[in-house]
Design a protein around this ligand. Sequence first.
Ligand code: HEC
Ligand code: HEC
Ligand code: HEC
Ligand code: HEC
Length: 443
Amino acid sequence: MSRPLPILPVLKLRCCWSLLLLALMLFGAGPVMAASSLSLIYSGNLDGELEPCGCSEAGDLGGLKRRATLLDQLRAENPQLVVISSGGLLRVEGAGDRLKSEYILSGFKRLGYDAIGLQWRDLALGAEHVLEAGLPWVASNWHGDSLPVSRLIERSGGVRIAFFSWLDPQQSPLQQMQGSHALVDDDIAGLHRALRQAKVDGVITVLATGLPLKLAVSELGLEDVDILIQRSAYEEYGEPSLQGKTLVLQPGSRGMRLGRVDLTLADGRIQSWRHEVLPMPDTIADAEKMRDWYEDYNATVKAAYLKRVELRKQREQGQSPFVGEETCLTCHQTEHKAWAASNHAMAYDSLEAVGKSFDPACIQCHVVGFDKPGGFIDMSMTGHLMGVQCESCHGAGRAHVEAQGKVALPNSDWNKEKMCAECHTQPHSPGFVFDQYWPKIQH
Ligand code: HEC
Ligand code: HEC
Ligand code: HEC
Ligand code: HEC
């Protein structure tokens, strides 16, 4: 994939002012006089969503395979396109997230972004790791020179954009651990100088930050910022607004959509803009160029899963506290009949149908007791625990069964809503309303 990503002026905050001035004199960067136009595609906070889960239509948006297709289409229509992200690509919480993060970084490389802001969550695998990923990261207040203060993106017609990104030292998760925030500094004056230089140079300035608008205004100031990308909203893009002369954009999260602004420029300033949000439903085909990457990802996830199964097999000699639905059937025929007719009984089949029955990130909600002692491991060992069963909601039932029902089930004091919320979370069941769902599975 060819990527027009030319000059990379590493405008270090403290050291290179004279160099920058020299460069300005040499290249005689005067303001752009004629009106020109520019299309900007922006996104932020993928938050570890490599692909949509497809659990519901409303949730079936996004994914890197579709994003690659859409970006290629848009670039073919308009070679002037500039593609940027405010960062926040990763989300590392569980064991499987580490592997997924690796693939998100390598997948993103194929998308050909022009610049990507760095957020604290991107450093979850360690700074070294992220720096080695070969992505066009920017962190304007990074300590040392392993990351640039800004990236200059140039297009024909004299269009130039400088992308800055501010990593708020206050939000550093490392601050507490280390008693300092050694990775970044809080040299806001340095940021201001760099922005000022860019404006003097007739360059359009973009500043991305994890700060919400209010804090960005009060703590960073927007004097020489043409476009601010503020903290991402959950899933949906915010409406653009003007803050003084600054155009404020707010990306949505989880990689479901891309934002597009078409700008008219004159004299290095924004004259007018038009905004559009592009969703990525399943009518957008998966990009061919992502195919081997994705197959490799699935194969690696499967291998990791099988390895874990092997470990668990060895570890678990004791008797499982889960018994499976067939045992409950012996005393609760009526309840069992209602359950067997519900979609819960087929929840594992649904995963098999989309080839995801090996992915721990999916299995957890589609079986009984995944990742719990004695819970679902795989079909061959624990086939009696596939699907959402009695014990997914009521808790492990062995003690109850052995006592002929005289011992209450572990979750008997839970309210119904709490049981459902274990799996019917916003991302996976956006349309969940208890009063509408419960009657469908009542027993
Ligand atoms: C040997 C018969 C027997 C089996 C097997 C059995 N139960 Fe029960 N269950 C009972 C009896 C009897 C009661 C009524 C207890 C009472 O009301 O004091 C009961 C009550 C319940 C209740 C309502 C009270 C509570 O604790 O929440 C639930 C829910 C329940 N069973 C679920 C299950 C599930 C799930 C299984 C399978 C894991 C299961 N039962 C297996 C006999 C059984
Ligand atoms: C946090 C729990 C959770 C996780 C994790 C989860 N799902 Fe689901 N899934 C659900 C729920 C809840 C539903 C039912 C949604 C509804 O109808 O509101 C569902 C439904 C589905 C369906 C049925 C859609 C249909 O209408 O036929 C499929 C397929 C599915 N999920 C696949 C996946 C895949 C693939 C993954 C992993 C990428 C995954 N799920 C991860 C909870 C989860
Ligand atoms: C999706 C979650 C879920 C599944 C799956 C589920 N239950 Fe329940 N079950 C509930 C809830 C919620 C209640 C109602 C508790 C209440 O009324 O407070 C309930 C109630 C019950 C009761 C008590 C009924 C009463 O009148 O008090 C029994 C017995 C029971 N379930 C057995 C089963 C058995 C057996 C299965 C499997 C065949 C099963 N349940 C599957 C959530 C579930
Ligand atoms: C262990 C995870 C889990 C829990 C707990 C759970 N669900 Fe589900 N639910 C699912 C999954 C997964 C599906 C999708 C099944 C499929 O289609 O493959 C689903 C599907 C459903 C559906 C079918 C949706 C449709 O339109 O066909 C209803 C209704 C539902 N759940 C209600 C509930 C209610 C009510 C509760 C709480 C009492 C509950 N669920 C608890 C995982 C869960």
